[in-house]
Write a protein that binds this ligand. Structure first.
Ligand code: C2O
Ligand code: CU
Length: 483
């Protein structure tokens, strides 16, 4: 790996207080649910909306009666939600105001050009800004977060994460729940000291687990709902923790979306595994519950799971408080979907995510900006076999630039809820996951890494380079979306 950069040592708080005294006294399901504000552009022209986001430190009330220092986009965490439409371009000016540490902003799930992708070493220093161009090329629930080299986990933990929703007309024309019934859920775990400050402790570069669950920045919130269907866009914005989402009633979720947008068809599941940085969209139909019912969103992570702690079994609650008309419905087909076939792939690459000699490595190597591991040509379809040899760790693997489909998991079909276009692949202990994708729509260098951002920082990350295809150049196809 590279030498640690010295400013990565900047500490979140000078005064840490006593650990772990708050969560037992904080009563669950008392604080009101809220959603992050939607960001308005500072100006717009015929094709582009221009936004500005200032990264700064702020003191906010997360635990009642205490102030917590966060590092927020516009001083809040999660940051404001950006809502966009396909066919329009965004330019977001990320201003590093007073953080005291450099940043790089990645829009996770966007096929940005390399220079706007939040490359880990493309740092914006305090007192500077950078304008990022985003093409909004497909409808999906994605998110922006910090990606600074060796400091991503701490920067995201301190608050630098926000949601970005892209819609298109085809999706808006579906009769799914909309407007106030289309609700983001950003789930994160944090650890607080008695004085309210956040504790960042990665347990010797292994994982950061907190014992307080926040949804949209609020500990274990309570949401009032009507007796009707809601669409939820869930993002696991945690540093290391995975969840197994379930409802206390035993009723199913109706999964309608994954990382890269709507699934081909709705899928009913009673619970599902939810790794760091993944997105799952689901419908809960509250019409079957009488007014006065409390439905609890649970984390059914099992005691034999690596991140089980017995304390984070609850996430939030929904209190059914009123009747309401519901003209929404769930179509049996959500999107046209063509499975990529293994026979279409021009090659297979293998990536092993391991811990050796106290280091997080991919195929035995740590991050090196001067090395490229894999050079697919523009337009190539490839199979990547992602492998975790165990040792007590799971790795949610993220590929920048492209969406892929899961071909198989340990030689068997993927879970029904992970069928669709994805950019994060949960690779559990001793699991082998084969994914297939088409490289484009851009050429250049892009990162791939474990999205346990502690592992990523220490240095379970590498990069691939999409090369220009000489044939495509001749036919003038370069730069067009090959999918
Ligand atoms: Cu969500 Cu490379 O990151
Ligand atoms: Cu990992």
């Amino acid at each position: 790996g590279l030498e640690r950069i010295s400013y990565a040592q900047t500490q979140p708080s000078e005064n840490i207080g006593t650990r772990r005294a708050n969560s037992p006294t904080l009563k669950k399901f008392t604080l009101p649910f809220r959603t992050p504000p939607v960001l308005q552009p500072v100006r717009s022209d015929s094709q582009t909306d221009y936004y500005e986001i200032t990264m700064r430190k702020a003191q906010v009330e997360i635990l009642p009666g205490k102030l917590t220092e966060i590092w927020g986009y516009n001083g809040i965490t999660p940051g404001p939600t950006i809502m966009q439409r396909t066919g329009r371009q965004s330019v977001v000016r990320f201003i590093n105001n007073s953080l005291g540490t450099p940043t790089s902003t990645h829009l996770h799930g966007m096929a940005s050009l390399p220079e706007y992708d939040g490359y880990a070493e493309d740092l914006t220093f305090p007192g500077y800004y950078k304008d990022y161009y985003y093409p909004n090329n497909r409808a999906a629930t994605i998110w922006y977060h910090d990606h600074a080299i060796h400091a991503t986990a701490r920067n995201v933990y301190m608050g630098l994460a926000g949601m970005y929703i892209i819609q298109d007309q085809t999706e808006l024309d579906l009769p799914l729940p909309k407007g106030q019934y289309d609700v983001p859920l950003i789930i994160q775990d944090k650890e607080f000291a008695t004085n309210g400050s956040l504790i960042f402790d990665d347990q010797g570069q292994k994982s950061q687990f907190g014992d307080v669950i926040l949804v949209n920045g609020v500990p274990w919130p309570r949401m009032e709902v009507a007796r009707r269907k809601y669409r939820f866009r869930a993002l696991n914005g945690s540093i290391s923790r995975s969840y197994r989402l379930a409802l206390n009633t035993g009723d199913p979720f109706i999964i309608i979306g994954v990382d890269g947008g709507l699934t081909p068809a709705p899928v009913e599941v009673n619970s599902f595994r939810f790794g760091t940085a993944e997105r799952y969209e689901f419908i809960i139909d509250f019409s079957k519950y009488p007014i006065g019912t409390r439905v609890i969103l649970k984390n059914r992570s099992l005691p034999n799971n690596l991140d089980y702690d017995g304390k984070t079994n609850d996430i939030m609650c929904f209190d059914v408080v009123r009747d309401e008309a519901d003209d929404s419905s769930i179509p049996s087909q959500l999107r046209t979907f063509t499975p990529l076939l293994a026979s279409q792939a021009v090659r297979t690459r293998e990536f092993r995510y391991e811990r050796t000699n106290g280091q997080w490595v991919i195929n035995g190597k740590t991050w090196n900006a001067n090395r490229v591991d894999g050079t697919p040509q523009f337009g190539d379809i490839e199979i990547w076999r992602l492998y975790n040899n165990g040792g007590g760790w799971f790795h949610p693997i993220h590929l920048h630039l492209i969406d892929c489909q899961i071909l198989d998991r340990n030689g068997r079909k993927p879970f029904p809820y992970e069928v669709g276009w994805k950019d994060v692949f949960y690779v559990g202990e001793n699991e082998s996951v084969r994914v297939i994708g088409k490289f484009g729509p851009n050429t250049g260098k892009y990162m791939q890494h474990c999205h346990n951002t502690v592992h990523e920082d220490h240095d379970m990350m590498t990069q691939f380079e999409v090369l220009q295809n000489p044939l495509a150049l001749q036919s003038g196809n370069l730069g067009k979306d090959p999918i």
